[in-house]
Design a protein. Structure first.
Length: 427
């Protein structure tokens, strides 16, 4: 009567027989898994931080009223500051300006901003509060600064509050006889944005028509007026790289800015920009994960000989058992499966332990703020979903390493002569 072999029982029995060696093997797999997981986890965290940082740089160009340059004063039409929020002024341009801007090639995003007024609201904040209107559907300058993404698009009666505005998310604030709900809070910017409330354009326009919002001598906001259009441009195209001379060729943002200026000047609007470009920096940073991935690949490749050696040692120590199994009628395929299964089982245990230990270390260190200073890079902890995907990937890679590295020892074991295997194993 034939009985099916219980592979798991055989594997566990073999592991118990040599606990020291198998614990060392598990530790080896755990180290490989931890290395793979840690590398990918750190890359994901650095990438999230870089993405957030780049998204918070604001606009490349801003189209503003010509008289706005008077307000800038010494800063001039170009400055080194990020253009996130236009400065509070009563100079405005018609909203139709956006239609002209969208005709310029190379522009990937354009969003209006409207400064309404600066109000003394002691019931809300001890300092004066700036009131602004934004278009939540096109805004790319303010919302990236949110501490947490909005659960839904900014709606009627809702506001985004700067970091220094008291009040938590979901709390209400009274302004000019109306109640507004805070749906988002911004991270600190060390600028006037910290003391600003951002409304939908419609709500900002309604608030502008409310009594008491403007001083008697302040110019009113006419329908269809905005203070600026913030613009983001795309990557530098190939035709621009190969055109012009190196001595006199402007930057791509400077080129787009000049095109916009020619459309409006000498009329009511002009374009201002900044001296630095984000795209080259972004391209350099995005090359870092590729370099780290190559290093991870080298670690994986280097692990194969070590695991293969361990699997060969296991097969050599099991010669007597393998010989007995072959003598009892076990097929070569069964022997090969046993060797591969034992290596895979150890790899699975080691992979899970290594990943688990890494996750615990990262999530224990993050609240204490140790990671970023230790790594000397900006780091933003990946979410649980992303961490779970990386963990599964690391375990699967270790499992694949264990299985593939044991193929040759498994083949050798399956080709053993039963008599010779029993004789060698008994010595």
């Amino acid at each position: 009567m034939k009985q099916k072999m219980n592979y798991l029982t055989y594997i566990i029995a073999g592991i118990r027989k040599k606990p020291g060696r198998n614990l060392a093997t598990i530790f080896c797999f755990a180290f490989i898994a931890a290395s793979i997981f840690s590398g990918q986890f750190l890359m994901a965290g650095a990438a999230r931080s870089v993405d957030q940082g780049l998204s918070r740089t604001g606009a490349d160009i801003a189209v503003v009223p010509t008289r706005y340059l008077i307000h800038l004063g010494a800063a001039g039409p170009d400055n080194t500051m990020a253009i996130v929020r236009i400065e509070p002024t009563s100079y405005r341009i018609p909203v139709e300006t956006m239609d002209m801007i969208r005709t310029v090639a190379g522009i990937t995003a354009a969003s209006p901003q409207l400064y309404v007024s600066t109000l003394d609201l002691p019931e809300i904040a001890p300092m004066p509060v700036d009131i602004y209107g934004i278009d939540p559907e096109t805004d790319f300058a303010i919302q990236p600064w949110l501490k947490a993404p909005l659960k839904a698009p900014l709606g009627p009666g809702e506001v985004i509050a700067g970091n220094s505005i008291p009040g938590k998310v979901s709390s209400t604030i009274p302004i000019a006889g109306n109640e507004y709900t805070i749906v988002g809070k911004l991270d600190p910017t060390q600028s006037g944005i910290d003391h600003t409330l951002f409304f939908r354009m419609e709500d900002a326009s309604t608030l502008a028509s409310t009594d008491g919002v403007f001083r008697p001598d302040s110019p009113r906001i006419n329908p269809g007026e905005i203070n600026a259009v913030l613009i983001r441009i795309g990557p530098e195209p190939d035709w621009f790289r190969t055109s012009g001379t190196l001595d006199f060729k402007p930057s791509y943002p400077g080129f787009i800015k000049d095109v916009i200026r020619k459309q409006f000047e000498p009329t009511y609007a002009t374009a201002i920009g900044r001296h630095y470009a984000i795209t080259p920096m972004s391209e350099e940073i995005t090359g870092i994960p590729d370099f780290l991935s190559i290093i991870s690949g080298i670690v994986v490749v280097a692990a194969f000989p070590l695991i293969a050696l361990i699997a060969a040692m296991v097969a050599h120590e099991r010669q007597h058992e393998i010989g007995l199994l072959r003598a009892l009628g076990a097929k070569r395929r069964i022997i090969a499966v046993l060797v591969i299964s034992e290596a895979s089982f150890l790899a699975l245990i080691g992979g899970i332990l290594g990943v688990t230990a890494s996750i615990l270390v990262f999530f224990l260190l993050d609240p204490s703020g140790i990671l970023a200073p230790a790594l000397q890079v900006s780091f933003r902890m990946p979410g649980w979903t992303e961490a779970g995907v990386i963990a599964v990937l690391a375990v699967l890679i270790v499992l694949a390493i264990g299985s593939i590295a044991s193929l040759y020892p498994a083949y050798q074991s399956s080709r053993m002569n039963p008599y010779e295997a029993i004789q060698r194993g008994g010595n």
